[in-house]
Design a protein around this ligand. Structure first.
Ligand code: COA
Length: 176
């Protein structure tokens, strides 16, 4: 189901347990993300969380943890998708994380476009993301992808209180 090839040569595939060390290395390279959201660098239990955390009411059959691989096989980033959260047809992008050297070159847009297309073929009619207010670059990215804020709330992320926006994108041919 998840073996997607991007035009820039990157591939999206399921992240297995055999990628744990690569996920730990990627997380370490993304200290900025962990400092911003958790107030500290990544720790081993964060890697468990990436593999095991589920939103309320969902099971592993609805969680898809995907790796973004460069042509030579290096793990360049990861994306978590949750099917039908919180309503049928609404898929959540739980986490999208690219290594610092991969950012700002159009890879995020290419991944998003491919996943929008793929999730639509799997029954999604909209995508949902939660973005922290202080993640200004993340906010800019989701807005550029066409997401609109539909809710604002306070939420604990990694033991730190955040103001977050819930943003949604209706899936159409244009959003691909
Ligand atoms: C957010 C993230 C996935 C975006 O991927 P990316 O490859 O850097 O984004 P792209 O280069 O494809 O940018 C796409 C658009 O987003 C916007 N954008 C991306 N990064 C931006 C930044 N730092 N500042 C302003 N706008 C930005 C631009 O408008 C860009 O438009 P363009 O295509 O016309 O140039 C990536 O930067 C990342 O992993 N960041 C750290 C983790 C994170 O914050 N994830 C989101 C959590 S909610």
């Amino acid at each position: 189901m998840w073996d997607l090839h991007l035009e820039n040569g990157y591939d999206i595939r399921v992240l297995g347990q055999d990628h744990r060390e690569a996920v730990a290395r990627l997380s370490e390279s993304c200290r900025d993300y962990f400092l911003l959201h958790f107030g500290r660098p990544p720790i081993p239990s964060d890697i468990d969380g990436i593999y095991e955390d589920l939103p309320p009411g969902k099971g592993y059959e609805d969680k898809f943890l995907l790796g973004v691989f460069a042509e030579e096989g290096r793990l360049a980033g990861l994306v978590e998708l949750i099917r039908d959260y919180k309503e049928a047809g609404s898929w959540a992008l739980g986490m999208m994380l690219l290594g610092p050297a991969e950012r700002g070159r159009g890879l995020g847009r290419a991944i998003h476009s491919t996943l929008a297309k793929k999730t639509r073929t799997l029954g999604a009619d909209r995508l949902r993301i939660v973005v922290a207010h202080d993640n200004l670059k993340g906010q800019a990215f989701w807005k550029a992808m066409g997401y609109e804020k539909t809710e604002h709330k306070c939420m604990m992320i990694g033991g730190k209180n955040h103001e977050v926006d819930i943003m949604r994108l209706p899936l159409t041919v244009e959003s691909e």
